[in-house]
Design a binder for this molecule. Structure first.
Ligand code: SAM
Length: 391
């Protein structure tokens, strides 16, 4: 592709619990090798091409880290000393900006803010002692963003190649709607095995996340095509030419949608928010939205797929949550013949009240909530499925 450095190095992509295998599959398609699955992370090998592509394309990655040093430390002083041993000239200049994010699961360290501060101090002190000037902290968009993870006394210091979390695609206005995380929504679509064609319905679309992620998937629009800044752009070895080529190739591969996206929500204000998000994502010609209750919805002819994230009756209380899920089951049976319906919910009891048998099941996490993602096949002429679906 270009004469960039093709020596592979170790990379770690972070994700949500349960999505590791889906992310691993995405990464393999982007050229990653030596894949290993961990809790909420996938490690792999790749060069800058793979690293840049993973940031641009991996729909289920939250951030992508490049470890630069692993060491042991039992207290803050040892941590400081180890960080100071690194030659920071290799990574940044004295007048650049930096930020450090830390996480720990350790009996030795428990104040993540303090360990982040000690790490930053070690870097800043090295520059001050060498040059008499020091880098400043910038929490928004630093030239170098670092990530420190401590497990007991094992410390891993990484460069954060993403910067802002990759779930922030840039299309969603902050709204207090219990929206699904973009990464989770993308994972549901990929896991469903949808081929990107036909009717795609979300009858309780809220802010429109599932529809927007589905349309981006179907049109081959990279998940972070709209992002202007990735962490790797501040690195000394940033290969602008390689990046431009990757972006251009991605642009060329965007295709018209072969699907019809239909979104409804019972609340007018919510549909207006979804409309704003769809416009921001540039998908207003692809996604049709209307303010309608699911029970009144007639599915478009020709079959297709429903992916829906109904209220769980847990975070937001409902009068009769089981009756509500019975309504979803009844509507699917009555109006969605020929469709595959996928429902995500944390309410296992209510799901049984749909009175449909799930043909596939996945456990996913929506924030702190463990959820089921169930597939129901609405065969033509076989609508006598009346068994309770087991949990
Ligand atoms: C959990 S939210 C969906 C969030 C959405 N996936 C997102 O990412 O923003 C559930 C949505 O169902 C809508 N809703 C509740 N009852 C409904 C009904 N009977 N018909 C259609 N929509 C309904 C609510 O207004 C709410 O927006």
């Amino acid at each position: 592709m270009s004469n960039h450095n093709t020596t592979p190095f170790n990379i770690v992509a972070k994700t949500q619990q349960g999505l590791e295998p889906i992310l691993a599959e995405e990464l393999v398609k982007l050229g990653a090798t030596n894949i290993e699955l961990h809790k909420r992370a996938v490690s792999f090998y790749g060069d800058n091409l793979v690293l840049y592509k993973a940031n641009l394309h991996a729909r289920t990655a939250l951030r992508i880290l490049v470890p630069i040093k692993k060491f042991s430390a039992n207290d803050e002083q040892q941590l400081y000393d180890e960080v100071k041993k690194i030659n920071w000239d290799e990574y940044m200049d004295a007048n650049d900006t930096l930020s450090v994010e830390a996480s720990s699961n350790s009996d030795f360290f428990n104040h993540t803010k303090y360990i982040a501060l000690k790490t930053k101090d070690a870097i800043v002190d090295q520059f001050r002692e060498k040059y008499g000037i020091r880098p400043n902290v910038d929490l928004e968009q630093p030239i170098l963003k670092l990530n420190l993870h401590i497990f007991q006394n094992e410390c891993t210091l990484s460069l954060d190649s993403s910067g802002e979390s990759l779930h922030r695609r840039g299309y969603r206005a902050d709204a207090n709607l219990a929206p699904l995380n973009e990464v989770t929504a993308a994972a549901l679509i990929i896991h469903s095995g949808w081929n990107g064609e036909g009717n795609f319905v979300d009858g309780m679309c809220g802010s429109g996340t599932i529809l927007i992620e589905a349309a981006m998937f179907a049109k081959n629009i990279p998940s972070n095509m709209a992002r202007k800044w990735f962490g790797f752009m501040g690195w000394k070895n940033f290969d602008t030419q390689l990046w431009e080529k990757i972006k251009q190739e991605a642009e060329n591969n965007i295709r018209p949608s072969k699907a019809h996206f239909i979104g409804n929500d019972a609340v007018y204000k919510v549909i207006e928010i979804a409309r704003g998000n769809v416009i921001k994502a540039g998908l207003e010609n692809d996604i049709k939205l209307s303010n309608m209750r699911f029970e009144e919805q007639k599915a478009p002819e020709g079959g297709g797929i429903v992916i829906m994230n109904p209220p769980y009756g847990e975070r937001i209380e409902m009068d009769d949550v089981n009756g509500f899920y019975r309504m979803i089951g009844d509507t699917l049976k009555k109006n969605f013949t020929g469709y595959d319906a996928w429902i995500i919910s944390s309410n296992k009891e209510a799901l049984k009240h749909m009175h449909l048998t799930a043909s596939k099941k996945l456990v996913v996490w929506n924030g702190q909530l463990e959820c089921k993602f169930h597939k129901y096949q609405m065969y033509r002429g076989t609508m006598r499925i009346d068994k309770h679906s087991e949990s």
